[in-house]
Design a protein around this ligand. Structure first.
Ligand code: SF4
Length: 421
């Protein structure tokens, strides 16, 4: 299947979490320009390899070579995690006991709401449906968290249960996110076993959301809600949230008089501005992206022009020739002095170890155990140091708080004087 050209429903599974929170988003996104990010293209390539390998039986490195003509090491390693998981499930049951659907589109509302699920596996003897979603990105995606269930996975599950259950009786649905790139305390494969009634109950929420979006759409901006919204650069609610924090209704109304004098001791004002930082940064980044595209496509943005991005100097030609050139310029420099030998980055070495220990056994289960052992052993060769710098973080950040008073003991911190009245 051509993953880049999947058809998108107005209420797509992939946008379900956002649409559930901001019912103005589906309508606003429908008319927003689509920007194809490099990370999204990388994800598409990984999904194509995953599907190819599941259909053909090849491993991920071979899959990348066959589908894209080159192996992307880190992505091959990540796709292999998904392949191993799926093959392990299928291998547990007899061939006659499982049915597998790859890249199958399931609708909650025909042609309006639904999506294309990466992998669906039905196990007849257990009346169990596995709904597996592969994530190639780095931003952590949870499958379940404190009573909340991943809405994208639920949409696939709901669509699949509705379409399949007349023929395939289902008692439980295992929702699984496979996300190998970022580290997660529960590992790269995270699952939640839902009852079929739990999945079917989600339909009421979906229908309520669609009704609101179609009849009285409501903007509800939020840090994670707006993160990937295509409508963000043009969103009146985000602009209004930014402007309101300055006490105005339009960003262009902000003046020094409106803001009034600031004091270093006005920590409330600093906290209010800091709370806005992610939204504002994201807002302006999306505006820059969209404005650049519009300008590139022939509609100039007033006061702006396209220029080459900052140039970086780099060596030109073969490294050995360059070293000879340098020693010719300064004969008292030895060629060896120009090269440094250092360890490759940790993530690269980690991938190398996984790849090489995997090659030690033809058995997939044994390979996974070998990789887990190797990761544990590698951890002893690593040190985890803070940068020594203190940074402000939100209260829900899971790093422990550093008490400044504990650090400075009896040393008195200077008091900042505010402006005299
Ligand atoms: S940017 Fe945020 S508030 Fe605006 S439409 Fe998108 S999700 Fe809704």
């Amino acid at each position: 299947m051509d993953h880049g050209s999947r058809t998108h429903r107005k209420y797509a599974a992939s946008a379900m979490a956002r649409n559930m929170r901001c019912t103005a988003s589906p309508g606003a996104c429908a008319s927003a320009p689509r920007l194809e990010r490099a990370s999204a293209q990388e994800g598409t390539r990984a999904h194509e390899v995953l599907e190819h390998c599941l259909r053909t039986g090849y491993d991920a490195r071979q899959g990348f070579a066959q589908v894209h003509g080159a192996v992307e090491e880190a992505n091959a390693e990540a796709v292999q995690v998904a392949l191993d998981h799926v093959r392990e499930i299928v291998g547990q049951y007899g061939a006659g006991d499982v049915v597998v659907w790859l890249e199958a589109a399931f609708d909650v509302v025909p042609d309006v709401c639904g999506g294309t699920s990466d992998i669906i596996i039905y196990v007849k003897s257990l009346r169990r449906l596995y709904v597996i979603d592969y994530k190639n990105g780095w931003e952590i995606v949870e499958v379940a968290d404190d009573g909340w269930l991943n809405e994208q996975a639920l949409t696939y599950g709901l669509g699949a249960v509705k379409a399949l259950s007349p023929t395939y009786p289902i008692d439980e649905v295992v929702l699984t996110i496979i996300q190998p790139h970022p580290w997660h305390v529960d590992g790269p494969v995270r699952s939640y076993k839902a009852s079929v009634s739990e999945v079917l109950a989600f339909e009421t929420r979906v229908m309520r959301m669609i009704h609101e979006a179609e009849t009285r759409p409501s903007y509800r901006p939020g840090k994670s809600t707006c993160r990937w919204c295509a409508a963000k650069p043009f969103c009146p609610a985000v602009e209004q949230a930014v402007a309101a924090s300055f006490g105005v209704t339009k960003l262009t109304d902000i003046t020094a008089e409106v803001l009034g004098p600031a004091s270093p001791q006005d920590v409330g004002r600093l906290a209010a501005l800091l709370a806005l930082e992610p939204l504002v940064k994201d807002f302006f980044r999306s505006i820059t992206e969209v404005a650049t595209e519009i300008h590139k496509h022939g509609q100039p943005i007033p006061g702006k022009k396209l220029v080459q991005s900052q140039t970086r100097r780099e060596y030109y030609g073969d490294e050995k020739d360059i070293a000879e050139g340098v020693t010719a310029i300064a004969p008292n420099i030895r060629a060896e002095e120009l090269f440094e030998q250092k360890l490759k980055p940790i993530t690269t070495v980690e991938k190398m170890i996984a790849q090489r220990v995997r090659a030690l056994s033809p058995n997939r289960k044994e390979q996974s155990a070998l990789v887990a052992d190797a990761n544990r052993a590698f951890a002893y060769l690593l040190d985890k140091k803070g940068s020594g710098k203190l940074v402000l973080a939100d209260w829900d950040d899971n790093r422990p708080e550093v008490k400044v008073a504990d650090m400075f003991g009896d040393v008195k911190l200077p008091v900042i004087e505010g402006p005299k009245a």
